[in-house]
Design a protein around this ligand. Structure first.
Ligand code: C2E
Ligand code: MG
Ligand code: MG
Length: 252
């Protein structure tokens, strides 16, 4: 009933240029506010919704809501950035995902280039013939496609050269041990090298310390998100960040 009771919201975590600190994007993160259970983070309910299939409705809502939020920011006169929405593997299998995305974009009157979709390696493992077609349709819409938590699952390198994707997200799992843990450092270097040699973008997740930021800059990773910069923010808080960034730019 969470959807019908309007208990869901999206928070927006800034993705920042690691050098300048300017906001260059956002990731929409779902929250469930329940009167009895309080505010719940998605780790608790997404996997359950995936097993029941409810994720298809929740995911479609997130797509519509994120697109509408971009519309609202634009209507309020904010300079906007691309918003990334997480998409479950179930949405790829069971839904006309490209159709849902297209409808969300057109309802909000925004171009596909304003949207990014993050999906996990699970999508690649399911290896449905439909998947390739869906990717092609999404790309046709101008939507950016990224693999979330890259390296955490079953990194099928074979897919990286076949799929029309734009970028990878370096899992916070590996960044946690940086710069102290040698094997975490090695994995970050390897993922960064894979992204660079395949011409893919790379966003580092879970940047919590200045030492991690410095490490990523040395690796040549351009963009990061994490508590060092901001957690997920309400739409108003996020808009204030955008404004601050614009001011900095116009004073520069
Ligand atoms: P994710 O897509 O990898 O999102 C990043 C998670 O890391 C978020 O947790 C975020 O709040 C958290 N995070 C951000 N910066 C830091 C940091 O510096 N340190 C640490 N320790 N954590 C950080 P959240 O919001 O609890 O989301 C968890 C996962 O739930 C997401 O992981 C994503 O896979 C899934 N999820 C969230 N929203 C949606 C949605 O709308 N649809 C679907 N299918 N999945 C979603
Ligand atoms: Mg994500
Ligand atoms: Mg992630």
């Amino acid at each position: 009933g969470a959807l019908d009771n309007n208990e869901l919201t999206l928070l927006y975590q800034p993705q920042v240029d690691l050098r300048s600190g300017l906001v260059v994007g956002a990731e929409a993160l779902m929250r469930w506010h329940n009167s009895q259970l309080g505010v719940m983070r998605p780790d608790i309910f997404i996997s359950h919704a995936e097993s029941t299939g409810e994720i298809i409705r929740l995911g479609a809502w997130a797509l519509r809501e994120a697109c509408m939020q971009v519309r609202r920011w634009r209507d309020e006169g904010h300079h906007t950035v691309r918003v990334a929405v997480n998409v479950s593997y179930r949405q790829f299998l069971a839904d006309d995902l490209a159709g849902t995305v297209e409808a969300a974009l057109s309802a909000a009157g925004i171009p596909g280039t304003a949207l990014e979709l993050e999906f996990t390696e699970r999508v690649l493992i399911e290896d449905e013939p439909e998947t390739l077609r869906t990717f092609a349709q999404l790309r046709e819409l101008g939507v950016m496609l990224s693999i979330d938590d890259f390296g955490e699952g079953y990194s099928a390198l074979n897919y990286l050269r076949r799929l029309p994707i734009h970028g990878l997200k370096l899992s916070q799992l590996f960044l946690q041990g940086v710069p102290g843990n040698g094997s975490d450092v090695a994995v970050c270097q390897a993922v960064s090298a894979i992204a660079r040699s395949l011409g893919l973008g790379l966003v580092a997740e879970g940047v919590e310390s200045e030492a991690q930021r410095q490490f990523l800059l040395q690796l040549g990773v351009p963009v990061g998100q994490g508590f060092l910069f901001a957690p997920g923010l309400s739409p108003d808080e996020f808009a204030r960040r955008l404004e601050a960034a614009q001011e900095l730019l116009s004073n520069a």
